[in-house]
Write a protein that binds this ligand. Structure first.
Ligand SMILES: [Zn+2]
Length: 291
């Protein structure tokens, strides 16, 4: 009787030990799986970080001050959420070797003129004549593949998009600005008022985005451009090639430039999509990512 009780007790203990062991093994397995999953995810992220830090440094090398380094992580993390490249675009990017992560956010405006020692001519390439409808023919070398891919795609869609005015030298801008100033002086304005008025239409020398080789005017610098199919095409597709319409009426109080439907600025594919989706202008976006 005593013996039977003992073996029964032993059996119960053994069963409890067995259940306990099962629980411990299951718990260990769960911890192990969790560890493996997190290690895999972490590994993927760090690859991404490495890739993007290389990319952001390459982007920075062609900018002067623009976005600072702490902004790049925020930019990259936010771009992860927004980027969804469809297969057509992906094949175009592959064909032209375009990088959706490549960004150039150099901010040039009345308050942020290019520094005296800016290397105006340092990173420019010649645009082939077939893309042009004006006499100026130079563009930032890194951006050249994006703008030519964009124009070629417009042609393929039956739209006669041409680059009218890409890079402009300091001297050219000086002439354009002075012509505008003289227009206002002729109406009886004093020099300072005429300059201020002119600056809303033509950027003062040193403050034009055209100096950077990152911006271009297309087809015609007339308000009627907004009614053309070229504008409609750009509005629909330019962000896929990293370009944004830089100056809109709604943002004039911030940009201090009138509505210019013809002036498009390269910022990078991901940044362009994010800027358009957010409704920010470049000034706001640069401030947002550097916060
Ligand atoms: Zn322009």
């Amino acid at each position: 009787m005593e013996n039977k009780k003992l073996t029964r007790k032993q059996a119960i203990i053994r069963r409890r030990i067995f259940i306990l062991l099962c629980v411990v093994i299951l718990a260990l397995a769960a911890v192990l799986i969790g560890f493996i999953v997190s290690a895999v995810l972490k590994g993927g992220d760090s690859d991404k970080d490495n890739a993007s830090s290389v990319l952001s440094s390459s982007a920075e090398s062609s900018t002067v001050e623009s976005s600072n380094t702490d902004s790049s992580s925020k930019e990259n993390s936010s771009s992860d959420d927004t980027v969804s490249v469809d297969s057509t675009m992906q094949s175009i990017y592959d064909e032209y070797n375009l990088d959706p992560e490549y960004t150039n956010l150099l901010l040039v405006n009345g308050e942020n003129p290019l520094p005296q020692d800016f290397d105006y001519e340092g990173n420019l390439s010649i645009i082939e004549d077939k893309y042009l409808c004006g006499s100026r023919n130079r563009m930032n070398s890194d951006v050249l593949p994006y703008i030519t891919a964009m124009v070629e795609q417009a042609w393929e869609d039956g739209v006669e998009l041409y680059i009218l005015s890409p890079y402009r030298s300091y001297g050219t801008q000086q002439t354009l600005f002075e012509n505008e100033v003289q227009k206002w002086i002729k109406t009886g304005m004093d020099r300072t008022s005429a300059e201020n008025k002119a600056a809303t239409v033509v950027a003062r020398p040193g403050t034009s985005e055209h100096h950077t080789g990152l911006a271009a005017d297309f087809n015609s610098v007339e308000d009627s451009f907004e009614q053309t199919e070229m504008f409609a095409w750009l509005k629909e597709n330019a962000e896929d090639y990293g370009f944004i319409m830089r100056y809109s009426a709604e943002k004039q109080s911030i940009t201090c430039v009138i509505h210019e439907s013809w002036h498009w600025r390269f910022v990078g594919i991901n940044a362009a999509k994010e800027i358009n989706a957010s409704g920010m202008c470049l000034e706001e976006y640069v401030e947002y990512i550097s916060e």
